[in-house]
Design a binder for this molecule. Structure first.
Ligand code: ASP
Length: 325
C-alpha cells in the first residue's frame, strides 16, 4: 500500500516536473489555432489577424486549422478533446455561450472542458440583402419579409453560429419566418449572397464592411446599440424600431482543460501583445470590430464573460424552443 502511494506520488511529481520544464521552453514548435468556421469568414479573419501578432510575440508560428461544421461545435469539441500541451488552442465566438442551450447532446462543456486564455475583440453584425433584393431600407425589408413569409432564403453558419442567433432573434422580433440555408461559415454564405443564390444574411462586420462599402450588397442595419465609425451611415436596428435588439459577437481564446497555467499565461501574454499592436487595432477598427482591453484579455475576464453570456442567452433560446441533437 505504502509503496503504491509512493509510486503515484513519484509519478505525479514527475508529471509536474515535466510539465513545468515543458512550460519553461514553450513553445518549441508551431501552435495550431482551431477556427471552427470556414476560411475567409469573419471568425477566420479575426483568427488569422490575431495569430499573426501572437506568432511574433511567441517567436513560433501560430497556424490556423479551419475545423468546420455544426455551428462551430465540431471545432470546439476537437480542442476540448486535444492534448492539453499548449499546441492546440481554439478561437471561438458567442457560440460557446449559446451552444449549451441549443444542443441537447453537446459533446463538451464550455465551463468545465477548457482553460481560458482571454477575449480578443467585440464585433457587431449587419443585416444584408442581395444586391437586387427589392427593399432599399429596413422598413421596406420588414414589409417584404412579411409579405413573403416562409419563402425568403436566409444563409447562416449552422445552429450555434452567430448568424443563426441573429436570424433567430430577428424572426422572433418581426414575428415572421424564412427558409434557412446552413453553410460551414459565413464566408461561403457571403459568396452565395453576392451570387444571388440566397436572399439575405446577418453577419459580422469583419466580413461585411468591404461589401457594404463597395455597394455589392444592400445593408438594412447594424446589430450593436450604437453605430460603428467604419460604417457611419448604417443605422442600428434599435434606431429603426427594434427596441432592445442587440447582438455583439465576442471572440474568445481557449485551451483544453489541463493545459498548464504557465503555458496559458504565456498564451495570454502573447494575445495581449497581439491586440496591443497598432496594426491589429487598425485592421479591426477598419472592419467595425473593437479589440478588448487587458481586463477582458485574461483567463478570468473570458471565463466571467462566458458565464454571464450563458446565463443571458439560455432563457432566450429555451423560450424560442430551438434546439439540435
Ligand atoms: N459569422 C459566422 C457565424 O455566423 C461564423 C464564421 O463564418 O466566421 O457565426
Amino acid at each position: 500500500m505504502a509503496s503504491r502511494i509512493m509510486k503515484s506520488f513519484v509519478a505525479a511529481a514527475l508529471a509536474a516536473f515535466v510539465g513545468a520544464a515543458g512550460a519553461q521552453d514553450y513553445p518549441t514548435k508551431p501552435i495550431v489555432m482551431v477556427v471552427p468556421f470556414a476560411a475567409g469568414g469573419p471568425t477566420d479573419i479575426v483568427g488569422r489577424t490575431v495569430a499573426d501578432g501572437m506568432s511574433k510575440a511567441l517567436k513560433r508560428q501560430v497556424i490556423i486549422d479551419n475545423t468546420v461544421g455544426a455551428g462551430g461545435t465540431i471545432g470546439a469539441n476537437k480542442v476540448a478533446k486535444a492534448k492539453p500541451d499548449g499546441y492546440t488552442i481554439l478561437l471561438h465566438h458567442i457560440g460557446m455561450a449559446t451552444a449549451p442551450a441549443l444542443y441537447r447532446n453537446l459533446a463538451f462543456n464550455p465551463l468545465t472542458d477548457f482553460e481560458y486564455i482571454g477575449e480578443v475583440a467585440d464585433v457587431p453584425m449587419t443585416v444584408l440583402g442581395k444586391k437586387n433584393l427589392p427593399p432599399d431600407n429596413f422598413k421596406d425589408f420588414v414589409a417584404y419579409l412579411k409579405a413573403n413569409k416562409g419563402k425568403m432564403t436566409y444563409g447562416n453558419a449552422g445552429i450555434g453560429a452567430a448568424s443563426h442567433l441573429c436570424g433567430l432573434l430577428l424572426m422572433s422580433a418581426l414575428e415572421t419566418d424564412v427558409q434557412t440555408v446552413a453553410y460551414k461559415g459565413t464566408g461561403p454564405a457571403m459568396t452565395d449572397l453576392l451570387g444571388g443564390q440566397i436572399d439575405f444574411l446577418c453577419d459580422q462586420t469583419t466580413n461585411t464592411t468591404g461589401y457594404i462599402t463597395a455597394k455589392s450588397v444592400k445593408v438594412y442595419g447594424i446589430t450593436s446599440a450604437k453605430r460603428v465609425s467604419s460604417l457611419p451611415d448604417v443605422p442600428t436596428l434599435q434606431e429603426q424600431g427594434l427596441k432592445g435588439f442587440e447582438v455583439v459577437v465576442w471572440q474568445g481564446m481557449y485551451a483544453p482543460k489541463g493545459t498548464p497555467k504557465a503555458i496559458t499565461d504565456k498564451l495570454t501574454a502573447a494575445l495581449r501583445s497581439a491586440i496591443d499592436q497598432q496594426a491589429f487595432k487598425d485592421s479591426m477598427t477598419k472592419l467595425g470590430a473593437s479589440p478588448v482591453g487587458h481586463d477582458k484579455a485574461s483567463a478570468e475576464g473570458l471565463r466571467n464573460h462566458l458565464k454571464a453570456e450563458i446565463d443571458r442567452w439560455t432563457p432566450i433560446i429555451k423560450k424560442a424552443g430551438v434546439y439540435a441533437d
